[in-house]
Design a protein around this ligand. Structure first.
Ligand code: ATP
Ligand code: MG
Length: 458
């Protein structure tokens, strides 16, 4: 915790200074560690002047919105002047903000009651801090009864800003709370406004929702209130899409289980969400009445690419999610040879994928099928152990790791550069991946000479 008393002193005794929003909510929930957002009655110019006079470093981050960043003991702290939002004209952002309003007015512009509480900094370390919370909209009560409720009329609040319905579902996922019925009802009435929000902001909220502890509840809330159809309509056909005897659930329920069971980071969870999205499109029933999803990995990969692109996900996330989806259907078992495992490790590495992350999605996918789940963790642990043994001996090979390079091959063949080098390297690579002990310059020279002689004969 930075030295906030120094900060209060720097800003002056006449400045009201409060912690506000998420940090107060999290403190009441016993969760520390998020950003410490501060708000003050001082105008930004006065914040800058007084902080500078006390020798603090000041960054004028968002002066238009009344925000100043102060560096205190190496920590960046945002201080925003109490403000309310002027008229919302486009369902995205207020047309202007008004600075210099009261704290109550500042709290009234916030999205949900549990995010609309403040705690004066002077009480932050006192035993009685709870008694000093400023809570005009019943946020503490809602925290207790685990309720997400907008500040004020939900229809109006969602009309102002189309991101708020997404935030509501995000908090359902993060906190496991329910949505108050009027708030829930208003989401489906204001769906049109949500389509006007910048996709980048929607992506941030969806990513936070996905990594939440109760992601399935958050996703169900998106679906129930019509938001899913607006942001990822391609997922809707998975709801009720019945599967074959390998699955206890339809594609959507299975997806929710895989999301919940995979590691809580954005790429893993996006991959889990989209890994079977292509299934409804490729579903068919064969002559014997069996349901099949041939080629669903390719279909899912293609759709995921389009979706992540549309949502402007970063290149890094897109690349990993796509690779995870591409390889999600592979399930090595005891019948696989070490060489086959090495080939798989090579394919994963070629796509820039950490095999352990592939393995954790694999486990979540298996468990998410909901059948015969008792033996799955054990079998999976054995598979991981085997992969570990294989990689510890010989790391996933690639062509560059061959113990002979292109120049040496040209010398051996006494031939100029050409496509033949790539073909020869591929041949050597196949040999080496079957038996990595053969990856020595001597062995590869012999193999190369053999191959070159054959090439010259043909
Ligand atoms: P997190 O722990 O994810 O940072 P947070 O509650 O701090 O959660 P932020 O997005 O950082 O969420 O927003 C900070 C505060 O600003 C919120 O607690 C809320 O009071 C207010 N807020 C943020 N976005 C909106 C919005 N779209 N409409 C109204 N108030 C908002
Ligand atoms: Mg925050």
């Amino acid at each position: 915790m930075p030295d906030i008393f120094f900060l209060q002193k720097a800003l002056g005794a006449d400045a009201s200074l409060v912690a506000v929003g998420g940090c107060v909510r999290d403190r009441l929930l016993g969760r520390d560690g998020g950003d410490l957002d501060l708000a003050t009655s001082l105008m930004p110019e006065a914040v800058i002047e007084r902080a500078k006079a006390s020798g603090l470093t000041v960054i004028p981050t968002g002066l238009r919105h009344g925000t100043v960043t102060i560096v205190l003991n190496g920590v960046n702290i945002e201080i925003t002047t109490y403000r309310d939002d002027g008229a919302y004209l486009d369902g995205r952002r207020p047309s202007q903000v008004n600075l210099g309003v009261s704290l109550e007015e500042d709290l009234a512009r916030r999205d949900i009651t549990i995010n609309a509480m403040a705690l004066p900094l002077k009480f932050i370390n006192s035993n009685g801090w709870r008694a000093n919370i400023i809570d005009p909209f019943g946020g503490q009560k809602d925290l207790e009864i685990k309720l997400i409720r907008t500040v004020g009329d939900p229809l109006q609040r969602f009309e102002e800003d189309g991101l708020r319905p997404y935030r509501v579902c995000r908090f359902v996922s993060q906190l496991g709370f329910c949505i108050e019925p009027k708030t829930a009802g208003a989401i489906s009435q204001k769906l049109e406004v949500t389509t006007r929000v910048a996709v980048e902001r929607v992506f941030v909220e969806l990513s936070k929702l996905l990594v939440g502890q109760n992601a399935p509840s958050g996703l169900k809330a998106l679906a129930t209130h019509g938001l899913l159809d607006k942001c990822i309509p391609e997922l809707t056909p998975t709801i009720g899409c019945e599967q074959n005897t390998y699955h206890a659930h339809d594609v959507w329920e299975h997806t929710l289980k895989v999301v919940h069971g995979s590691p809580a980071d954005p790429s893993m969870r996006w991959a889990a969400l989209l890994h079977d999205i292509g299934k409804p499109a490729v579903k068919f029933t064969d002559a014997s009445g069996k349901i099949k999803f041939h080629g669903h990995e390719v279909a899912s990969e293609k759709m995921a690419k389009q979706i992540l692109n549309r949502l402007k996900a970063s290149n890094a996330i897109q690349a990993e999610v796509i690779a995870l989806i591409r390889h999600h259907g592979i399930k090595p078992d005891n019948a696989w040879s070490d060489a086959a495992c090495r080939r798989l490790l090579h394919r994963l590495a070629k796509d820039g994928l950490d095999w352990r992350r592939w393995a954790s999605l694999q486990l979540a996918d298996q468990l998410g099928k909901g059948l015969d789940t008792e033996h799955i963790p054990q079998a999976h642990a054995e598979m991981v152990k085997r992969m570990e043994r294989i990689t510890s001996k010989f790391p996933p090979l690639n062509i560059q790791a061959l113990a002979i390079d292109g120049r040496a091959l040209m010398k051996l063949a006494n031939k100029p550069q050409g496509p033949w080098i790539g073909t020869l390297q591929k041949h050597l690579f196949e040999v080496v991946i079957d038996d990595p002990t053969l990856n020595t310059a001597e062995n590869l020279q012999l193999l190369a000479v053999e191959w070159i002689e054959k090439m010259n004969r043909n």
